[in-house]
Design a protein around this ligand. Structure first.
Ligand SMILES: Cc1cc2nc3c(=O)[nH]c(=O)nc-3n(C[C@H](O)[C@H](O)[C@H](O)COP(=O)(O)OP(=O)(O)OC[C@H]3O[C@@H](n4cnc5c(N)ncnc54)[C@H](O)[C@@H]3O)c2cc1C
Length: 446
């Protein structure tokens, strides 16, 4: 990517070891870890924290990472204790509760639900404290990839500046600065979905069986999440099938409430609640880049790939990838001849994690998956393996792969039993593969 803008100032500093684009969980984590290893790191964030972001439900395997970063107490102070996940189906009378304490490795047996404005600010301030040169309100607009150091152009209210770095990390989230400019981002052909969401006030506690859980309610056109947050707020979002989204006629806020009403078990809890934020939508969120790295640059977190929010895996994948990336980059800066090998290992590892979730995500709305989730049996520890997946224990060696293999066999059998309904669902999924909603849309509640 060549920079085209007129550069007004050049930083007088020597090149940074690493420049990070984006101060979300991925960028803030990798920057803090590299600074902790003595690297000279700059981070550019186009927004100013605290800022709204969706993605509030964390996984238990996030907790050791937060501990290693030294921010666990701060997160605990703003978080709601999350012991598990519960599922509600229109075809079943009782809800199904999966507690993290039942996972193959039950440690830690809980996680947290967090307001991302607060959580992301904690992570970014931590990076700053560790010595990262953090610039907020400063968007990277171009990168010139050169032989020895890359040059970044960044724009803030006081003008356009250029700096140099030996290594560049793109952690710009859905913006995916490098992947888009290099045209290596591809839409996920197996999954096409979009979400509408907002924070609500006064959602009654009966919406959850176990306080603190994420509750997932299936309905005819997809599923709806309820995530309890601090200050009496609840994150409410609907992830819908493409044909339903195509049917939208009115403005976003009307469509969102119309959708919530289509799920009576959710609407019962929301009818007296009140939206406390604008209604937002995220479309076309399922994508990945063809490569996670190139010559002294790397794509991290959502800037590399995102599939779907259903397993609340986004922040965990972003932060666990950041740990792997920090290790690969740090070693590669010391041993340039081996850098590609380290980066390849990074990509292999994160691809494995994403693949583990993808199989479940693509089938999440099928009748067979609903049946298995709503009537789980712990034969040979299969239920515990599913809980491990919900807990983010995806890199685990021993016991997980073969149990998930058995789950797949059960899924196949369950599909055959409900063949007619399964075929109907598959037809519905295949019919709409085109863009179904703008990338980002915001509507005030009228
Ligand atoms: C509908 C929905 C619901 C979700 N729910 C969950 C959930 O419950 N749990 C969960 O774990 N995950 C969830 N996710 C996923 C989660 O939001 C992301 O995976 C996570 O935020 C990824 O972190 P990141 O740091 O890679 O990107 P981000 O958090 O998006 O951070 C990227 C940052 O880069 C900045 N940036 C962008 N461009 C530039 C630029 N040019 N220059 C400088 N800065 C720039 C942005 O301002 C932003 O702060 C959800 C996602 C969606 C779409």
């Amino acid at each position: 990517m060549r920079y085209k803008k007129r550069v007004m100032q050049t930083e007088e500093t020597a090149p940074y070891d690493v420049a990070v684009i984006g101060g979300g969980p991925a960028g803030a984590t990798v920057a803090a870890l590299l600074a902790q290893r003595g690297r000279n790191v700059a981070l550019f964030e186009k927004a100013t924290h605290p800022r709204f972001h969706i993605g509030e439900s964390l996984l238990p395997k996030n907790i050791p990472i937060l501990e290693r970063l030294g921010v666990l107490d701060a997160v605990k102070a703003i978080g709601i204790h999350k012991p598990g996940a519960e599922f509600v189906s229109p075809d079943h009378d009782s809800r199904q509760c999966f507690l993290f304490s039942d996972a193959l490795d039950p440690n830690p047996p809980h996680s947290y639900q967090v307001r991302r404005s607060q959580f992301d600010a904690i992570l970014l301030n931590n990076a700053r404290r560790k010595g990262v040169a953090v610039r907020e309100g400063c968007a990277v607009s171009a990168i010139a990839f050169d032989d020895k150091t890359h040059r970044l152009t960044h724009e803030a209210h006081d003008g356009t500046t250029e700096c140099q770095a030996r290594f560049v990390i793109d952690a710009s989230g859905r913006d995916g600065l490098i992947a888009r400019h290099m045209e290596v981002r591809q839409r996920n052909k197996s999954h096409n979905s979009a979400a509408m969401f907002a924070h609500f006030k006064a959602v009654p506690s009966e919406a959850w069986e176990t306080p603190g859980n994420i509750a997932i309610y299936w309905f005819e056109h997809g599923w709806i999440w309820l995530i309890p947050l601090n200050d009496g707020l609840t994150s409410v979002g609907a992830v819908c099938m493409p044909d339903y989204l195509k049917s939208r006629e009115g403005p976003l806020d009307e469509f969102f409430f119309q959708t919530l009403r289509l799920c009576p078990k959710v609407w019962d809890h929301l009818k007296d609640a009140e939206a406390a934020t604008p209604i937002r939508a995220a479309g076309n969120y399922s994508y990945s880049a063809t490569e996670a790295f190139g010559e002294r640059y790397l794509l991290l977190g959502d800037a590399y790939a995102f599939i779907d929010p259903v397993f609340s895996s986004g922040v965990f994948l972003a932060m666990s990838s950041a740990e792997l990336a920090a290790d690969a980059i740090d070693k590669g800066l010391d041993w340039p001849k081996r850098a590609t090998r380290y980066l390849r290992t990074y990509q292999r590892r994160i691809d494995r994690g994403i693949a583990r979730y993808s199989w479940f995500i693509y089938r999440f709305n099928t009748p067979a998956m609903r049946t298995l989730f709503m009537g789980p049996r712990n034969v040979l520890g299969v239920r515990a393996a599913v809980v491990s997946l919900l807990a983010g224990d995806i890199y685990r060696r021993g016991g997980l792969s073969w149990r998930l293999g058995i789950f797949r066999l059960l899924f196949g059998a369950s599909t055959l039993v409900a063949l007619k309904r399964s075929r109907k669902w598959e037809d519905r999924r295949r019919r709409f593969r085109s863009i179904i909603m703008a990338d980002d849309e915001v509507a005030e509640r009228s």
